[in-house]
Design a protein around this ligand. Structure first.
Ligand code: GLN
Length: 472
C-alpha cells in the first residue's frame, strides 16, 4: 500500500493543493488498494470515471484554477445515495441495474468542491440491517478481522475507510447505520442533526429518521466532509432552512463541559468489556460527569421498529416493476406482475420490514402500534430535551457488543435489532451523535449525543475527546 493512503483526508487534500501528489496518482493508489483487498467486499461498483475525472482535475489545477477544498480527492459513497451515470443498487436485486439520471445534493456538493466519486459502497439491502450481510453482493468483512462483520448498514463505507481504500466516505444513518459500523471498524461515524444535510437523492428508508452521515478516520476529517455537504436545500422540504456556518476551529476548553452518562447504556444487554472501556474513557476526560437515567432506552428498539418499518412499507411501495426497478418475467396480469416483481426483487429482511410496517399501519392495529410508537417517540424527545437543559452532551457506548461473527445473527432478527439499542434514540429525537473509537485494542465506540443544531459544538468536543483518548 502507498504511504500516502495512510494520511488523513485533510493532509491528502493539502498535498494535492501543493502539487506534491496528483489526483491521478492518488486515485490510482486507491484503485490498486481496492483491488488488492477485494475480499473485504467494501465496494459494489467502482466508478469508471474516477480516473478520467482525476486527470481532468489535475489539468484544471495545472491551469492555475482553484478546484475547491477537496482538490481532486476521491470520496466513497454508500450505494443508496444516487450518482448520475453510476449505478445505485441499494444492494438490492430491485435496483441492480438502476443508473440514476441525477446526482444527490451531497454528491453535487462534493463534485462542486473538487471531489471525485471513487465508487459505491456495499451495505445492507435498502439500509435495513446492522451487519452489512443482507446484500445481494455478499457480506462486507471487517478489515480488522475478516471473520467478523463490519457492522451495518453502512459497513462498506466503514470498511473502506478503516482499510485505507478511501480517505473518507458517506453513509446513511436511520437508526445507527453510520455509528455502528464506525464502532465495529474502529473509525469515526457522525450522524448530523436531522435535516442539517439534504436527503435529496438519498433512497428513502424511513424518511423521518434518515440522515446522510460522514465516516472518517478522525474527527477533523469528519468536519471537513460535513462542512461540504451540510446546509439548506430547497429540494428537500425537511432540510433545515437556517444557513449553515462551516466549522472553522475544532478545539475548545472542555473542562467546563457537563456530561450525562446514560445509565441504561451501561446496563442489561451491554457487554462488560464494552462497559468497562467506555466508562474508563469517560473518566479520563476533564469534563464533569453525572449519571443520568433515560429509561426509554429500554423501549427504543420496539418504538423504532414500528416507526421505521411503517415508513419503509410506504417508501418501498414505489418499487412496482412499472417504472425504474426490476421487473419479473412471465406474469399473467398487473397484480401478478406486482406480486412476482416484489417477491423476486426484495430480499428476506426487506420483506420482513414491509410486512411488519404494513401490519402496524393497518386499520385496527394503527392505534395500538403506530400511534403509540409516535407518542413514545415524543416522550423520548421530551426526556432528552429536559436533560439537555442540564447537560451539554450525553455519553454511552455506541454498540452493546464488540463486533460479532459473520453469520452469527442472520437467523435471529431480534438479536440483530438489539445491536441498535443505543443508537436509535438520537434518530428518534433528531439529535446529532458521533461514535469515536474508545480503545486502541478493541473495536468499541464511545457515543456522544448533543442537542439538535449543536453539530458544531459536538464536533469540537469530539475533537478534544479524540485527543484525550489517543494520549491514553
Ligand atoms: N440497523 C437499523 C435497521 O436495521 C438501522 C439501519 C439504518 O440506520 N439505516 O433498521
Amino acid at each position: 500500500m502507498k504511504k500516502i493512503l495512510r494520511f488523513s483526508a485533510k493532509k491528502q487534500a493539502e498535498l494535492l493543493k501543493k502539487g506534491e501528489v496528483s489526483s491521478r496518482e492518488l486515485v490510482e493508489a486507491y484503485l490498486e488498494r481496492i483491488e488488492e483487498r477485494r475480499d473485504i467486499n467494501a465496494f459494489i461498483t467502482i466508478s469508471d470515471e474516477a480516473l478520467s475525472e482525476a486527470k481532468r482535475m489535475d489539468s484544471v489545477r495545472a491551469g492555475g484554477e482553484n478546484v475547491g477544498p477537496l482538490s481532486g480527492l476521491p470520496v466513497a459513497i454508500k450505494d443508496n445515495i444516487v450518482t448520475k451515470g453510476i449505478r445505485t443498487t441499494c444492494a438490492s436485486k430491485m435496483l441492480e441495474k438502476f443508473v440514476p439520471p441525477f446526482d444527490a445534493t451531497v454528491v453535487e456538493k462534493i463534485k462542486g468542491s473538487g471531489g471525485i466519486v471513487l465508487g459505491k459502497t456495499n451495505m445492507d439491502e435498502f439500509a435495513m440491517g446492522s451487519s452489512s450481510e443482507w446484500s445481494i453482493f455478499g457480506a462486507v468483512k471487517n478489515p480488522l478481522d475478516t471473520t467478523l462483520t463490519a457492522g451495518g448498514s453502512s459497513g462498506g463505507s466503514a470498511a473502506a475507510v478503516a482499510d485505507f481504500q478511501a480517505p473518507f466516505a458517506l453513509g446513511s444513518d436511520t437508526g445507527g447505520s453510520a455509528r455502528l459500523p464506525a464502532s465495529f471498524c474502529s473509525i469515526v461515524g457522525f450522524k448530523p442533526t436531522y435535516g442539517r444535510v439534504s436527503r435529496y437523492g438519498l433512497v428513502a428508508f424511513a424518511s423521518s429518521l434518515d440522515q446522510i452521515a460522514p465516516l472518517a478516520r478522525n474527527v477533523e476529517d469528519i468536519a471537513f466532509l460535513f462542512n461540504i455537504i451540510a446546509g439548506p436545500d430547497e429540494r428537500d422540504s425537511t432540510s433545515i432552512k437556517e444557513p449553515f456556518v462551516p466549522l472553522e476551529n475544532l478545539g475548545f476548553d472542555i473542562s467546563k463541559v457537563k456530561l450525562g452518562m446514560v445509565k441504561e447504556g451501561l446496563g442489561e444487554g451491554v457487554e462488560k468489556r464494552v462497559r468497562d472501556v467506555v466508562v474508563r474513557a469517560i473518566e479520563m476526560l476533564p469534563s464533569a460527569v453525572d449519571e443520568v437515567s433515560v429509561p426509554e432506552v429500554n423501549y427504543s428498539v420496539p418504538i423504532y421498529y414500528v416507526i421505521s418499518t411503517a415508513e419503509a412499507s410506504s417508501n418501498l411501495a414505489r418499487y412496482d416493476g412499472i417504472r425504474y426497478s426490476y421487473r419479473a418475467d412471465g406474469y399473467s396480469d398487473l397484480k401478478d406482475l406486482y406480486i412476482k416483481t416484489r417477491t423476486e426483487g426484495f430480499g428476506e429482511e426487506v420483506k420482513r420490514r414491509i410486512m411488519i410496517g404494513t401490519f402496524v399501519l393497518s386499520s385496527g392495529y394503527y392505534e395500538a402500534y403506530f400511534l403509540r410508537a409516535q407518542k413514545a417517540r415524543r416522550l423520548i424527545r421530551d426526556r432528552l430535551d429536559t436533560l439537555f437543559e442540564r447537560f451539554d452532551f450525553l455519553v454511552m457506548p455506541t454498540s452493546p457488543t464488540v463486533p460479532f461473527r459473520l453469520g452469527e445473527k442472520l437467523s435471529d432478527p431480534l438479536a440483530m435489532y438489539m445491536s441498535d439499542m443505543l443508537t436509535i434514540i438520537a434518530n428518534l429525537g433528531g439529535y446529532p451523535a458521533i461514535s469515536l473509537p474508545a480503545s486502541k485494542k478493541e473495536s468499541i465506540g464511545l457515543q456522544i449525543i448533543a442537542p439538535r443544531m449543536e453539530d458544531d459544538r459536538l464536533l469540537r468536543f469530539a475533537f478534544e475527546v479524540e485527543k484525550a483518548l489517543s494520549a491514553m
